[in-house]
Each structure stands twice: as structure tokens, then as C-alpha cells.
Design a protein around this ligand. Structure first.
Ligand SMILES: [Mg+2]
Length: 280
């Protein structure tokens, strides 16, 4: 059973047959929208190591079959599939730019936009590669539609961190078209993302396909705030860790493990009576 300390003080602890999701499921079908890194798995120094366990994978597949579940991640979709093992799962990837296996072929970027961003992301990746000589330990992720430098677990002085940001910024301005992009700083990372796309914007479009569903969104980082804002007073907004300000969430868990335990308590309680709903 999940400890009551896992929840914000205003939220009642889980009691037998009184899980908050059970109450929500009585209002309508559930739609789980779940961030991946920091929500379903702990942060690792190298994002390629952020795998999930077989039991978490099984839990997500059961949620997807009985209700609806979609991963909403900053990762590009193929990387998410590879690291999670969630092949064929519905995913909103690259911070709202990519759509895969969503209902009725829903997509967010046009083919022309995909072509443009793929080209510029490749140019930027080539140009920033040498930074790992100047800043040993950083990880420069090769992505199709964006560019990310990770420095999780690396101890840089404030001066070094500032210098890394400045050098990345200079390369970015010199090599690609800044007006097409947003430069953002996440948790121990620098990211360049296609402008005009966000998790929140894509979730807003997605929710039109699920007008009667009760939405549960779980995320851990500032990039998830755009979704919390879109949901407003609707749905159940869940924060993992301490990066999401209190005003945006209804429930909070200390870490992915506590959140997954809570999800599992609900899913197990549903086993006996919920029918299996077919996919889209
Ligand atoms: Mg995250």
C-alpha cells in the first residue's frame, strides 16, 4: 500500500476500494497521458540507460488495453520505443512534434515541417559534436527533429555551466535558423526544439478525440507545465519530484517508483471487474 506521506497533505491516502482513480473512473473512461523520463523511470546520466522494468511495461500495456494510455515525451519516438520496449504504443514524441499510433492518424507536424527540422537538426548535431571535448562527460543526443545536450550527474562549476550554455548558443545561432527554434534549459540539459510545438499544444489537439474521457496526466519537468495548463481544472494532474510548482498539480509523488506503485494498486483493484476494451 502507498504511504500517505507520498501525497500532498490535501489528498487523502489510498484506502481499500477508495483509490482516487477508481472514483475518477466512475465519471467516465480514463485516458492516461504519461511522461517517460523522471515519471516512469528515474533519471540516468546517460538517457540511453533509462529503461523500465518488465513489470512496468506490463502495467502500461494493461492500462492501455483496459483504458487508454499514451506516452507524452520529449524523446523522439524511435528512441522511446527502443529504451522502453513499448513497441507499437501510442506516443506523442519530440515535445509534441511527433505523433505515432495515435487515433485516426492524428499528427501535429506537416511533412514539409518534418523535412525542414530534420535537415536543420542534423546540421546542428554535426556542429555541436566537438563540445564533448571541451566539456568531458556531456552527452550529445542525436535526434531527428531537435538537439539536446545532457549533463546529468556531471559536476560542473557555475562558470563551466555558463560557458557551456554560451558556446552552445553561439553554435546554434551560427549554424541554423533561430527563428524556427526554441532554445530551452531543462533539468541538467540544453535543448533546441521546433518552435510552435509543445506537449500542451499536442495534448489539446488530442483531447478533441477523447471528449468524454477523464484525463490523468503525470509529468516531472517544466516541459510538462504546458499540459497542466491545457488541462486547467479538468482531469487529474500528477507531479513527480519537485520541479513542478504546486499550483499546477493535484497529486504529487516523490519519485517514479512511488507513482508506479500507486498506479499498480489501482490497476490490480480493477482486474476483477473491468472488461477488456479493444484498441482504437
Ligand atoms: Mg520528464
Amino acid at each position: 500500500m502507498v504511504k500517505s506521506s507520498s501525497f500532498h497533505k490535501e489528498i487523502e491516502p489510498v484506502k481499500k476500494n477508495k483509490h482516487p482513480l477508481t472514483a475518477l473512473s466512475q465519471k467516465g473512461p480514463l485516458l492516461f497521458l504519461l511522461d517517460y523520463d523522471g515519471t516512469l523511470t528515474d533519471f540516468k546520466k546517460n538517457p540511453e540507460h533509462s529503461q523500465i522494468s518488465a513489470s512496468t511495461r506490463a502495467l502500461l500495456h494493461r492500462l492501455q488495453q483496459k483504458h487508454k494510455a499514451i506516452i507524452v515525451t520529449g524523446r523522439y519516438v524511435d528512441s522511446l520505443f527502443k529504451i522502453s520496449g513499448l513497441k507499437k504504443f501510442p506516443v506523442i514524441g519530440s515535445h509534441g512534434f511527433e505523433a505515432r499510433n495515435l487515433p485516426k492518424g492524428l499528427r501535429f507536424a506537416s511533412l514539409a515541417q518534418e523535412k525542414l527540422y530534420r535537415k536543420e537538426a542534423a546540421i546542428l548535431w554535426k556542429a555541436v559534436r566537438h563540445l564533448h571535448h571541451r566539456f568531458p562527460g556531456i552527452y550529445i543526443e542525436k535526434k531527428p527533429f531537435s538537439s539536446t545536450i545532457h549533463f546529468r550527474g556531471i559536476v560542473f562549476s557555475k562558470k563551466q555551466t555558463t560557458q557551456l550554455h554560451q558556446e552552445f548558443n553561439a553554435i546554434y545561432r551560427r549554424t541554423i535558423t533561430p527563428r524556427f527554434w526554441n532554445l530551452e534549459q531543462g533539468k541538467k540539459m540544453i535543448e533546441v526544439l521546433p518552435k510552435g510545438f509543445s506537449k500542451g499544444k499536442s495534448v489539446k489537439a488530442l483531447l478533441k478525440r477523447f471528449p468524454h474521457h477523464q484525463v490523468i496526466y503525470a509529468g516531472d519537468d517544466v516541459a510538462d507545465i504546458s499540459v497542466f495548463k491545457v488541462l486547467g481544472k479538468k482531469g487529474l494532474k500528477i507531479a513527480i519530484g519537485n520541479r513542478v510548482p504546486r499550483k499546477y498539480y493535484d497529486l504529487k509523488f516523490k519519485n517514479p517508483r512511488e507513482f508506479l506503485t500507486w498506479l499498480k494498486v489501482f490497476e490490480t483493484s480493477q482486474k476483477k471487474w473491468l472488461p477488456c476494451i479493444s484498441n482504437y
